[in-house]
Ligand binder design. Structure first.
Ligand code: ADP
Length: 434
């Protein structure tokens, strides 16, 4: 108990005793005590009402009856009140400073609380996403920018994730969105206009697709004549080798054009929507069978570690398997082993192609999915490689929100793991899979 509280209680007790004594002098000790108690009560009620008034008006200066415990209460309260006012002012000043500096930024910045409600935003956010600082204050940002991908991003744990959404303000424009978390579950939503980049990459994609398409028809004609020539008995024997080589190269070019067209299609196709459940183990077995009977191929083992299905398009998963398996076959000696595995867990499912082949130098691993990247170009070409296989695999996986994880040890072998998110995994008895 503080000194003031002790003094306060002592004062009341003495006051009551004095009341009883004065009353006792006149032979009414109990009445004297009651009058003293009533007076003490009135006094305290008065102090309480004054405190209430001071709280409502915020004016503690004209408090006239303050002493003892009440005085201490008032001064403590006034001190805390002043402190909080000063803090508020400082907070407002800081917010103004932040707004001033972020207003100078070309990118949109939106500060959100834990419930994704807008605390404040800069001027660029208005131009890019139509957000208005005063009008939209306290509104949920996902109620204003209604994009399912943005909703996903706001709840994603991955700090480095970013998405591209169509601009809600200008038709045909695109925004890149990133979420940076800070403090106690607060978020900073960053918006950037990426229209030019998106248009450029669309132009590049269209150009590659159009060029591949245009080249395919004349190539088919040339290949047709070369086939006819090689079947012609009257063709001079000196032409046999060049014609045969031209046919091989023609076939190779058709293969490259086909893969380029496939890449363009995958790039512009968006997310893989399907109501089919793919039996991955069945596809693995079929891919293995395609190599059965070949003398020059390492032994292939299929491991079915899960009976789960995969929500996808069968042809696309087949493409992934064929590309990874054909690489494993090309880069693994005959006495090596290739393992095709399908496994699932709480965080999704993995399609794994591993081999005991020559492995890959770690410095090349990040570049393997680049178009036309091959560690040994000459050797890859000889073996019929185009350098587009892993790029295709990467794009198919991106359409499934899946990722390709590569690990390898030179001289020991490689592992290509396709990790699919849990929402793509269909857990049902294998007999029900289609
Ligand atoms: P390619 O048509 O040349 O196989 P890919 O995109 O499929 O093109 O592969 C790119 C390169 O990655 C290959 O040329 C090869 O150097 C390397 N690579 C792919 N798979 C393996 C593997 N299983 N073992 C060793 N190297 C591999």
């Amino acid at each position: 108990m503080s000194d003031a509280a002790r003094k306060f209680l002592l004062g009341i007790v003495l006051f009551l005793i004095a009341g009883a004594l004065v009353g006792g002098i006149y032979g009414y000790a109990v009445i004297g005590l009651m009058v003293a108690a009533l007076l003490a009560l009135v006094w305290q009620v008065r102090q309480l009402l004054s405190f209430d008034r001071a709280l409502r008006t915020g004016n503690f200066d004209d408090f006239r009856y303050g002493d003892g415990i009440w005085e201490q209460l008032f001064s403590r309260f006034r001190y805390e009140n002043d402190k909080s006012q000063r803090r508020k002012q400082e907070y407002r000043r800081l917010l103004k400073e932040i707004r001033k500096s972020t207003n100078a930024m070309p990118d949109g910045a939106v500060i959100l609380n834990a419930d994704n409600e807008i605390i404040t935003c800069n001027r660029a956010a208005k131009g890019l996403a139509g957000l208005k600082r005063k009008k939209d204050l306290g509104q949920r940002v996902d109620n204003i920018l209604r994009d399912p991908e943005l909703v996903g991003l706001l709840h994603a744990k991955d700090q480095s994730a970013s998405i591209e959404i169509p601009s809600p303000v200008v038709d045909g424009n695109w925004l890149n969105c990133r979420v940076v978390r800070y403090g106690a579950d607060q978020k900073l939503l960053l918006l950037r206009d990426v229209t030019e980049r998106i248009q450029l990459s669309k132009m590049r994609r269209d150009f590659v697709a159009n060029a591949s398409h245009e080249l395919r028809s004349p190539l088919t004609v040339i290949s047709g004549y070369l086939d006819a020539l090689s079947d012609d008995d009257q063709m001079p024997s000196t032409w046999a080798k060049p014609v045969s080589q031209m046919r091989v190269q023609g076939k190779r070019m058709r293969h490259i054009l086909g893969e380029l067209l496939e890449l363009s299609r995958l790039e512009s196709a968006g997310k893989a929507e399907s109501d089919q459940t793919v039996d991955v183990v069945d596809l693995l077995n079929k891919a293995k069978q395609a190599y059965e009977g070949h003398a020059q191929v390492a032994s292939i083992v299929v491991r079915e570690e899960s009976s789960a299905g995969l929500n996808s398009i069968p042809a696309e998963i087949e493409t992934v398997i064929v590309n990874l398996l054909s690489n494993a076959v090309r880069f693994t000696p005959n006495d090596g082993e290739i393992t095709l595995a399908w496994r699932s867990g709480a965080d999704g499912a993995d399609l794994v192609v591993s081999d005991t082949g020559e492995g890959i130098d770690p410095e090349f691993i990040p570049r393997l999915t680049e178009r036309f990247f091959r560690i040994d170009k000459g050797r890859s070409r000889e073996a019929g490689g185009t350098g587009l296989g892993l790029a295709i695999v990467k794009h198919v996986l991106a359409r499934h929100n899946a990722e390709l994880l590569i690990s390898s040890e030179p001289g020991e072998g490689s592992e290509f793991r396709c990790h699919f998110p849990a929402e793509r995994v269909v857990v049902s008895p294998p007999s029900l899979l289609s």
